[in-house]
Write a protein that binds this ligand. Structure first.
Ligand SMILES: Cc1cc2nc3c(=O)[nH]c(=O)nc-3n(C[C@H](O)[C@H](O)[C@H](O)COP(=O)(O)OP(=O)(O)OC[C@H]3O[C@@H](n4cnc5c(N)ncnc54)[C@H](O)[C@@H]3O)c2cc1C
Length: 280
């Protein structure tokens, strides 16, 4: 039988990680389906007993989302409208049972191109905090995710929290996901949109698309093209060619690349229209 560690504090967990390779386990909703066996390989470090890693705190600089914060915790948290897209994504991660166990950090560390948490967290300008026995470092989420199933996490490191700057809580936001059915489904494409308005115009936009490339991505060129436009013109001004050019989807059994590009542009149009409605 494998060694199973469930420390009650972070230092013990980091010391455990420093001693050699371990499998970090949070909600296990990605880990267990991936093993297709009854036991995980190697020593297991269960981080769910570390109280300091769970929960969302608000401070002068912004918000700290602890690594073992579950999707249900996100849904229940008192957060400004800039986070609505993250709550909407949380409600679409699997089922309520999955949302009760699955964590935000687990979603990021698993690094599926179809991870629903990534587009909203990109649009919230999230920064990842990584810790090891020898120190801590911060990385923008876009630099943490390096490819399909690949992250910048080094041996001995744990993702301990996400930080969202206070400015990113502003505006109205929306998350939309397309799947082959409404619930319990892997995304064919999903989008997250956050818009800050000033005097009836879009002062700032954050647009992100997932499941349409090796990693989810912000659409900076589309954001620039829409900035400054009257709110009523935004949805119609989204250029599907420009959206398509920013994506690199694959063909798979859920949808081909051309369909994904079209779907992403349409989802963006609807999400922008929804956020504009909210702002009015
Ligand atoms: C039926 C079902 C439906 C699902 N539906 C969806 C869906 O609709 N959308 C979606 O995006 N996902 C979905 N998922 C996937 C999964 O539920 C989420 O990705 C969830 O957020 C994973 O979190 P977890 O805590 O369970 O991660 P775990 O399974 O515990 O861990 C996942 C990976 O991350 C590593 N890890 C976890 N936490 C840390 C940490 N703090 N530091 C370093 N490494 C860490 C683990 O070692 C492992 O490699 C579904 C899963 C199931 C089983």
């Amino acid at each position: 039988m494998s060694l199973y560690l469930r420390p009650g504090n972070l230092q013990e967990a980091l010391d455990g990680l420093a001693r050699g390779p371990v499998v970090v386990a949070a909600g296990c909703t990605d880990l267990f389906p991936a093993t297709e066996r009854q036991e995980l390989d190697g020593p297991v470090l269960d981080i769910t007993g570390i109280a300091a890693l769970r929960g969302i705190e608000s401070g002068p600089e912004g918000w700290r989302i602890g690594a073992t914060t579950t999707w249900s915790d996100v849904v229940r948290a008192d957060l400004p409208p800039g986070f609505d897209m993250l709550k909407q994504a949380a409600r679409e991660v699997g089922s309520v049972q999955i949302q009760n166990a699955g964590t935000v950090a687990g979603n990021l560390c698993n690094a599926s191109p179809a991870a629903d948490g990534v587009p909203p967290l990109l649009a919230l300008e999230a920064v990842v905090e990584l810790a090891s026995a020898s120190g801590r470092r911060l990385l923008p989420l876009a630099q943490f995710l390096t490819g399909p199933r690949a992250t910048a996490l080094q041996p001995g490191e744990l993702l301990v929290a996400l930080h969202v700057p206070r400015r990113a809580g502003q505006g109205a936001s929306r998350f939309l996901k397309l799947g082959a059915r409404k619930y319990l489904v892997i995304s064919i494409a999903m989008v997250a949109v956050r818009i800050v308005a000033e005097a009836g115009r879009a002062a700032q936009l954050a647009l992100a698309v997932g499941a349409c490339g090796p990693v989810a991505t912000r659409l900076f060129a589309v954001e620039r093209a829409l900035t400054g436009l009257p709110l009523g013109d935004l949805a119609g001004a989204i250029d599907p060619q420009e959206v398509a050019g920013a994506l690199a989807p694959i063909d798979d059994l859920r949808g081909d690349a051309a369909y994904r590009r079209q779907a992403a542009a349409e989802l963006l149009r609807r999400a922008v229209a929804g956020a504009v409605e909210e702002l009015r």
